[in-house]
Design a binder for this molecule. Sequence first.
Ligand SMILES: [Zn+2]
Length: 435
Amino acid sequence: MIWDKHEVWSREELGKLQLARLQETVARAYGKVPFYKEAFDERGLVPEDIKSLADLSKLPFTTKDDLRRYYPYGMFAVPMREIVRVHSSSGTTGIPTVVGYTRRDLETWNDLVARIISQAGVTADDIVQISFGYGMFTGGFGLHYGMERVGATVIPISAGNTLRQIRTMRDFGTTALVSTPSYALHMAEVALENGIDPKRDLNVRVGLFGGEGSSDWLREEIEERWGMRATDNYGLSEVMGPGIAGECEAAAGMHISEDHIIAEVIDPKTGEQLPYGQEGELVLTAINKEALPVLRFRTKDLTTLSPEPCACGRNTVRMARVLGRTDDMMVIRGVNVFPSQIEAALAEIPEVAPFYQLIVETKNYLDQLTVEVEVPQHYFTGSFGELEALQQKIGGKLQTILGLSAKVLLVEPKTLPRTAGKAKRVVDNRNAGRV
Ligand SMILES: [Zn+2]
């Protein structure tokens, strides 16, 4: 269902609206936010220099570190009495980034989330279980209010207590699920352990997955175990939260809400804008926000953009699923390795389950990559030869794809840690113990 008329506007009409909103945002950022005033002055740039959308590339970038430097409220463009909500990142790796919303910003946000919900095919007839964490993370509250806007029945269960999640689904008649993809897989496991087959005994028909990277492999496993349709969506608290982009029923990438957000893809090394279709770092500019106007935010997420019209009738640009992050590349014995490459290699081996962990450590002054992956129980009760053959098969596949030898450790089902939020796929112990 099309939620907002802007989604089907022609690209020309959209472009006009984008330019007007961009100009207004640039003027406000320059006038109200010292960080932008300084960055513009350094470039000898004034807001009046932005005469067309092509002039976007003249604007300075904004990074997560900039938001941290102005922690907590220094990037806000309105006085605190106009801010009605704040959210923040977890801050596990240092100072958190804090974001604020005016009353109008919250209205906009709810509407954008309602859009991605409608794109996924969820309506007022659905009963939706929100298994995202509530609290400072934007995922829980973002989806919550968007679902209410659409008119769906919301079960605000939050993350965790997995058995209670399953019982609630069964007893409350849940038809749609909001969670991270890895948590959806774990919930299916717990259900089966407790004699509930999600496919047969539960009524969940659609899932909206976000908060961490996804892949065809994860999706197919989820669809298979749940008998549901899995959809991806993309959000980022620094720019808005969930609602930036969502997948429609044509399942051909995620539509970006371009009337509120301008997306670019850049070369992460040079900062140069790349043409549509080329893979690079996603950069987002929020053009209709009062509290926190963010110009050219560097997401560190790698993707491609496509402006081709979609079968669903929407004309907004679509982004591909995030292919990796500029900062999750590991250098192991001089070879560049992305966790997504390893996942792609594992996905080609039908015997393995989508639960894996990568461990990097230093042994005898050399980096050693160990890939731990779960395989079905019968490998551990059968012959050792069978287990060894599978180990070699995985090792060979990794060698071909990565150009690097990795140690493969096959483990029994449910050995690797499960979480109700983002899965921790990489454990880098190379600096452990160093002073
Ligand atoms: Zn579409």
